[in-house]
Design a protein around this ligand. Structure first.
Ligand code: MTE
Length: 328
């Protein structure tokens, strides 16, 4: 019997990667300093025009001065609300390794991001240890403007910079036995020093997981930057997951390991409080958190962290056209 090889969703032919000159024509390409290493963030310069209106859709034409080129993916170049002010998105964080409050950005500067390696292991044909700089060179970087919804019922809009997860899948080639993927964050209590006595017994390191099909979805993204610059440490440098149709806790920060596995992996919040934080954790206005409603969200406003605009929560955070088929 002849063997018919069915292409997996993450097996992307070279021709589908948009040629760079298309973007050069549109003058939408950007250059950044990411390829020069994570210590140079401060040198990145953002010269752009951003639509700050509260009602108009957000779109940007941005030029960055740097060594790497990247483009804004035209499919994800705007959403129905303005981009969150960078100062807010980088100063209002959840990163429990560095503390239990939102103001951990200074503590997070202790994260050692130099010579960062990411190990990909488990049920793959090509297990790999990537150097983060290698990831930047290997996979074309693009910008995507995504809505970002935390389970705590606040929301932002973030211009992420990175590459689709399916590109990495194509490189390591999960075997047919691989049904899930587990992401493990950096953890070293000597360095992270958080969140303190009240969290003794937390199931560190922080882990998260997806099904293989979720990881292969067009939206699933690895971010290495935001706002046209390298990821700040407090936002999960040098590599984090961005899964825009799920609550924010699904996006593990500062990833050191990616394991392809057969059964559903234990994950940080789901292990800790399973009745409050499910494994699937899709944004859904009709499924309340046991302690609060998810029907509405407070959108973090540009320039004023305490003036929250209330909006109805969107099913799958508004990304149903991409992901509803994953959940028949
Ligand atoms: N990843 C790690 N390693 N540790 C964390 O505490 N918090 C999660 C997620 N990833 C968290 C994490 C939660 S609850 C949210 S809402 C987002 O990160 C917050 O991302 P931000 O700080 O970039 O907004």
């Amino acid at each position: 019997m002849p063997l018919i090889r069915i292409k997996k969703p993450w097996e992307i032919p070279e021709r589908e990667i948009t040629p760079e000159n298309l973007y050069l024509n549109r003058r939408r390409f950007m250059k950044n300093l990411i390829g020069a290493g994570f210590s140079v963030t401060a040198l990145s310069t953002l010269i752009g025009c951003r639509n700050n209106s509260k009602t108009a859709p957000t779109s940007r034409a941005v030029t960055l001065i740097s060594t790497n080129k990247f483009i804004t993916n035209p499919n994800f170049s705007q959403v129905d609300r303005p981009i969150t002010d960078e100062a807010l998105a980088t100063k209002y964080n959840n990163f429990y390794e560095f503390g239990g409050g939102k103001s951990i950005w200074q503590a997070a500067q202790a994260l050692p991001t130099e010579n960062w390696k990411v190990e990909v292991a488990g049920l793959v044909k090509n297990p790999r240890i990537y150097d983060v700089d290698e990831l930047h060179k290997k996979f074309p970087l693009e910008e995507r403007i995504y809505r970002f919804r935390c389970v705590e019922a606040w929301a932002m809009v973030v211009p992420w910079l990175g590459f689709p997860m399916k590109l990495l899948m194509a490189d390591v080639e999960p075997t047919s036995k691989a049904k899930y993927v587990r992401f493990t964050s950096f953890y070293n209590p000597e360095i992270t020093k958080g969140p303190g006595f009240w969290a003794t017994g937390y199931p560190w390191p922080y882990t998260e997981g997806l099904t293989i099909d979720e990881m292969a979805n067009e939206l699933a993204f690895f971010a290495v930057g935001m706002y046209g610059k390298s990821l700040p440490k407090q936002n999960g440098a040098p590599l984090r997951e961005v899964i825009p149709w799920k609550y924010g806790f699904k996006g593990a920060k500062s990833i050191v390991k990616i394991d392809f596995v057969e059964s559903r992996p234990a994950t940080f919040w789901n292990t800790l409080i399973p009745n409050e934080y499910g494994f699937e954790a899709n944004v859904n206005p009709d499924v309340p958190h046991p302690r609060w409603s998810q029907a509405t969200e407070r959108v973090l406003s540009e320039g004023a962290s305490w003036s929250w605009e209330k909006r109805p929560t969107l099913l799958y955070n508004g990304y149903g056209e991409y992901v509803a088929n994953l959940y028949p």
